[in-house]
Write a protein that binds this ligand. Sequence first.
Ligand code: HEC
Ligand code: HEC
Length: 305
Amino acid sequence: MSDFTSNFWSVYVAAITLIGIVACLLLLWFSGKAKANTAGDNTTGHVWDGDLREMNNPLPRWWVGLFIITVVFALVYLALYPGLGTYPGLLGWTSRGQYQTEVSKGNAEVAPLYARYSSMKPEDVAADAQGMAIGERLFMNNCAQCHGSDARGGNGFPNLTDSDWLYGGTPDKIIETITHGRIGNMPPMAAAVGSADDVKNVAQYVLSLSGSPHDSLRAALGKPKFAVCAACHGADGKGNQAIGAPNLTDDIWLHGYGEKAIVAMINNGMTNQMPAQENRLTEPQIHVLASYVWGLSNKPSPVSR
Ligand code: HEC
Ligand code: HEC
C-alpha cells in the first residue's frame, strides 16, 4: 500500500471493510425486526411438495450470539493488527518484523556455540571436528549450490579444495572474499591483440605456459602479443591475486581448457561474481566457514587441548 502516492486506496479499502461489517449487523437487526405475515399456526402460508410448510421462528439465540462475537472479533482484530488500508494496528506487528525477531532469536541461541570458535584462530577451528562439522553444514546450505557439495567447483566456479587461489588462500583473504564478495573482470582483449590469427597465436602461447600440448611455432609468434595480457596476468603469466587474475601456468582452468576456451576468453572477456555474504551470515558464521574452506586445502596441525 505504501507504494501509492495518495491514500485514496487505503481509505477505500478501509471504508469497504468497515461498511461490510456494519452491513452484516444491520442485516441481522432488520431481519429480527421484520414482521412476516403468519397464519394462526405460525406458518407463512407457503407450501411445497404437498405438505412442506415454512415456519416463522426467530433465529436461535446461540446463533445470533456467535454472529455478534464474530463481528466483535473482527473489529478487535482490525484495531490490533494491520488490516484497514495503511493503518498499522495498535500492536505494530509486521511480517518482516516477525521474521527479523525470529532470525535474531535463532542467532542468539547459537551465539554461545560460535563464541568459542570466534576466539580461536581459523587454523585451530579447522583442526576441531565439531568446528569442521558446523562449517560443512554452513557450506552445504549457503555455498554448495555454486561450488558443489564437495567444494570442487565447476566451470566458472572455483575449486576450493586445491591450493590454487584467485584472491589468496590465507584465512584472512578467505574471510575477505566471503564477507564482501568478489568480482573478477577480464575485458575483451581481441582488439588489443590484433587479428584473429594473432589471437590464436596468443592462445597457443598461453597453453605453452602450463606445458599443455600446443603448436610451438604459433606460441613463439604469440609470445610478444602476450605483453597486453601481462598487466593483469603478470609477465610470467603467474597471475595477480589483488585483482583475481588467474595463474595461467598451472594447468588449472576456471573457464575451460584448450585453444577454443582461451580464444573465447580473449574475444569476449569475462565478468564473474562471488556474491557478498555479509548480509546473509553473521561474522562468527563467516569465521567458522572460512576456517572450513581453509581446512579443505590445508592439513591443519592437531591442536593440543
Ligand atoms: C552464486 C554462486 C556462488 C555462491 C552461492 C558462492 N560462491 Fe564463492 N564464488 C563464486 C564465483 C563465481 C567465484 C569466482 C569469482 C571470480 O571468478 O572472480 C567464487 C569465489 C569464491 C572464493 C575465492 C576462491 C579463490 O580462488 O580465491 C571463495 C573462497 C569462495 N567463493 C567461497 C564461498 C563460500 C564459503 C560460499 C558460501 C558462503 C560461497 N563461496 C558462495 C560463486 C559463488
Ligand atoms: C584487466 C585485466 C586482464 C587482462 C588485461 C587480461 N586478463 Fe585474462 N583474466 C583476467 C581476470 C580477472 C580473469 C578471471 C575472470 C574470472 O574471475 O573468472 C581472467 C581469466 C583469463 C583466462 C581464464 C583462465 C582460466 O583459469 O580459465 C584466460 C585464459 C585469460 N584470462 C587469458 C588472457 C589473455 C590471453 C590475455 C591477453 C590477451 C588476458 N587474459 C588479459 C584479467 C585480465
